[in-house]
Design a protein around this ligand. Sequence first.
Ligand SMILES: Cc1cc2nc3c(=O)[nH]c(=O)nc-3n(C[C@H](O)[C@H](O)[C@H](O)COP(=O)(O)OP(=O)(O)OC[C@H]3O[C@@H](n4cnc5c(N)ncnc54)[C@H](O)[C@@H]3O)c2cc1C
Length: 321
Amino acid sequence: MVNCSEKKMNKKYNIIVGGGIIGLLAFKILNSFDRNTILIEQSNKLGGLLTSFKFGNNYFDHGPHFLRETGNKKLDSIMFKSIKSNWNAFKSLPQSNYFCGTWNKNSSYIDIRKKNKNLSLYLINYLKNLSQTKNLKTYQNEIKNFNLFYSNKITKLIILPILKKYVGRNVELLKQKSRFKFALNRLIVGSPKITNKLKDNKILDNLVGFNYYSDGVTGKKNYYPKNGGIENFVDLFLNKKDANKSYFTNTSIKKIKIKENKIFYIETNNNKKIFVKKLIWTGPADFLKQILENKKTKKHFDIPKYYWYFFHLESKKKFKS
Ligand SMILES: Cc1cc2nc3c(=O)[nH]c(=O)nc-3n(C[C@H](O)[C@H](O)[C@H](O)COP(=O)(O)OP(=O)(O)OC[C@H]3O[C@@H](n4cnc5c(N)ncnc54)[C@H](O)[C@@H]3O)c2cc1C
């Protein structure tokens, strides 16, 4: 990396802040129209959450495990066109779920028939009635949503005991959409035939899970390198030719000067002034807010109360540790 001073500072640049996948993609697109584009990354390497580390012979990924095609042809071509045969391309990813003392190796969703067949009939009828609702109003509080989507009875008998196991007390504080974190955004309620019929309805499609994960396959490919970790993706994105003069690591913005309602220039932590054509911010919005307001607050705003991830890893080979 070269120092920012090697750029002519009175020239205007498109500045992308953040070298995660979004920043790298923004750079790739913008740079193809206008070569006066630079990317500023505060840490010492590019990739953001797209990083891996090697432990023994195994690679561990910090964040994303797979990168999936978006379905937008233009975007997919920009993102994935340089992927070669040294990458795996999976059309579906195996999912499983443990409920009522047994594994379901066909889906990540809970199959309520395992608990009680009568409950399944009850829920199917409840859902059929719900599907007639014209404007389904959802709540900020997730338990209220569960009561609405799956009935008070199913929430009490199935959902709440599971959530209590996951989050302990204060389940009632869970915010809207927490259900996605626990794969409780859908339930399996009946046979594949019943499932398909219910899923024809727009509301129920979001509440009823396919019986087999392969049924919901969109055809979009999920990519993962055959060797190494997901971090390899960063190399596919970099404009190696321009790397030295376009990507600035160990650099952050300390000031944004606004003149006549436009961003005029930015000042970096190493006291360089760069005049701005366009500024694209891909870091956390609260950092931007702090710079614009010229103050440092200790707290991030609007951090969800519960934001947990659970992973279950299976390997045919023994992990070394
Ligand atoms: C555990 C986990 C698993 C995930 N699994 C998947 C998956 O399998 N598939 C998938 O598609 N997605 C997955 N995601 C989501 C995916 O990781 C993110 O959506 C994506 O990486 C976000 O990219 P980004 O560029 O927006 O942000 P980031 O990757 O966070 O990058 C932001 C970059 O901006 C830099 N930055 C921040 N502030 C400043 C500043 N002031 N100045 C300069 N630089 C700054 C940061 O250092 C960082 O490098 C997962 C996320 C997590 C946490």
